[in-house]
Design a binder for this molecule. Structure first.
Ligand code: SIN
Ligand code: FE2
Length: 217
């Protein structure tokens, strides 16, 4: 009874760890959203498959990406931007499932950012060895909204630094079901992901998926 009751309220179960001012790690926050989240992800990926994009400098990223929502983050030789259409299919990105939006709003509110209302969800797929170097999320127009980042599958080491690239990042292990939220004073802090270690996750297989929810307008 108690377990069922708490399943509807991730806020009641998740533990909370401060990463920096305005940045928190909500461990296990996905909770009872897991099954529907994974099913909805399958449909999105069927309509807009993962692809490894190229940076403006001409490097192919080790992380494969897709998106859902009103726009999607893309990179190619001409630069980084949000695009309303998937350049691979020429069609709009799949809609953001209401459940995604609900989970992201709840996590943001729990972290102290009420009324988040994200319009974009970038979905990253890491296979063993894939990594993301330190960067800032700064292609959005409105930095008052936080970034909400959901981890699924294999564990990863998330590096969370400061406002300068040279600030030494702290390392946090992100596991299946964890949600990281950063906003306010740490909205533009540098962050990245260390090369993914080998493994096979019981639900997700030999990969890690990460969903970052953003408000771009
Ligand atoms: C990102 O910074 O866009 C991805 C972070 C992550 O994969 O945890
Ligand atoms: Fe990022």
């Amino acid at each position: 009874m108690t377990a069922d009751l708490f399943a509807c309220f991730p806020e009641a179960r998740a533990s909370r760890e401060e990463m920096a001012e305005g940045a928190v790690l909500l461990r296990g926050f996905v909770g009872a959203y897991e099954a529907e989240l994974v099913t909805a992800l399958r449909d999105i990926v069927a309509a807009a498959p993962f692809r490894r994009m190229f940076t403006p400098g001409g490097h192919q990223m080790s992380v494969a990406m897709t998106n859902c929502g009103n726009a999607g983050w893309v990179t190619d030789r001409t630069g980084y931007r949000y695009s309303p259409d998937d350049p691979e299919t020429g069609k709009p990105w799949p809609a953001m499932p209401p459940l995604f939006r609900e989970l992201a709003d709840r996590a943001a509110e729990h972290a102290g950012f009420a009324g988040f209302a994200p319009d974009v969800c970038l979905i990253n797929r890491y296979e063993p060895g894939a990594r993301m170097s330190l960067h800032q999320d700064k292609d959005e127009l409105d930095f008052r909204a936080p970034i909400v980042s959901v981890s699924l599958g294999l564990p990863a080491i998330f590096m969370f630094g400061g406002s300068k690239r040279s600030d030494k990042p702290r390392r946090f292990r992100l596991e299946h079901g964890d949600i990281a939220v950063w906003g306010g004073p740490s909205r533009l802090f540098f962050h990245g992901v260390a090369p993914l270690a080998d493994g096979d996750h019981p639900v997700m297989g030999p990969q890690r998926l990460n969903l970052t929810f953003r408000k771009i307008k």
